[in-house]
Design a binder for this molecule. Structure first.
Ligand SMILES: Nc1ncnc2c1ncn2[C@@H]1O[C@H](COP(=O)(O)OP(=O)(O)OP(=O)(O)O)[C@@H](O)[C@H]1O
Length: 244
């Protein structure tokens, strides 16, 4: 197991979890979704979080993203301790520092691509220009299209533009290609790896697709609520090189 940064990324710890657990209680039933988990995320790295359905991936991502708090353990974002953060602190952390991309794009149907991204840039402290964010994902010619006028892959690229336009320190992607066909999924992965390279945004991609692991600096294997292994890819693959 290796929890060390690869030489390609910087050694700054952006986010750190230690001894984190999460138990969901439903009546008499307790589900231990995450058990005694330690993980550091480093500046600029692309991490793939790989595990079967129900292994705890989304639970871990939700805690890193400040959408949920752990039952026990410690969370640090830079010098800030988020372990027992109140709602206002978590909202500020999410708004200023975290970008989210989900399997379904969650765009507002009545707004154009540009307006969907502007919704975020208007409330961010140091955003990029919304049109520039859309150009980064290759949609500079689709600014005025509505979601219904775009393919699934294009809508996902709008969602990625929306997530990165606030210049987050961490980009969290939960099965970003889960609803897409093979070719379109690869285009979305190409966009995510390019953004990680160009902007240096620490990126975490959840997947149950082992082929995607080849893109990562580090691959975190999760099973039954535990990190079983962390692999460092000495040689990374490009989205063109992977297949499934
Ligand atoms: N809000 C909740 N209440 C109760 N149990 C939950 C809740 N959220 C998740 N769980 C349970 O916690 C465990 C881990 O779920 P999680 O969603 O983190 O897994 P996952 O690896 O992301 O799965 P998938 O790939 O299917 O999305 C599962 O057993 C799940 O049923």
């Amino acid at each position: 197991m290796s929890d060390q940064p690869t030489p390609a990324i910087d050694a700054r710890t952006v986010f750190s979890l230690s001894g984190v657990s999460k138990t969901y209680t439903m009546g008499a039933l307790k589900v231990e979704a995450l058990k005694a988990t330690d993980l550091d995320l480093y500046g600029g790295e692309l991490v793939v979080l790989l595990g079967a359905s129900g292994s705890g991936k989304s639970t871990l991502l939700n805690i890193i993203g400040g959408l949920d708090l752990p039952s026990t353990g410690r969370l640090r974002y830079g010098d800030t301790d988020l372990s027992r953060a109140d709602d206002a602190t978590l909202t500020r952390y999410r708004r200023n520092h975290v970008g989210f991309v989900f399997q379904f794009y969650n765009l507002i149907p009545s707004l154009t691509a540009l307006e969907n991204v502007q919704l975020v840039t208007e409330i961010s402290s140091h955003p990029m220009d919304a049109a520039d964010a859309l150009a980064l994902v290759g949609l500079d010619e689709r600014l005025n299209h509505f979601p219904a006028q775009m393919s699934g892959g294009e809508q996902q690229r709008v969602a990625i533009a929306r997530a990165i336009a606030k210049r987050p320190d961490i980009l969290l992607c939960d099965e970003p290609t889960g609803a897409l066909d093979y070719v379109t999924g690869k285009i979305v992965l190409e966009v995510l790896t390019r953004i990680n390279d160009e902007l240096g945004t620490t990126t975490v991609v959840i997947t149950h697709n082992a082929a995607i692991a080849g893109l990562a600096h580090r691959v975190v294997h999760i099973g039954s609520g535990r990190i079983n292994r962390i692999d460092v890819n000495q040689t990374r693959q490009t989205p063109q090189q992977i297949s499934w």
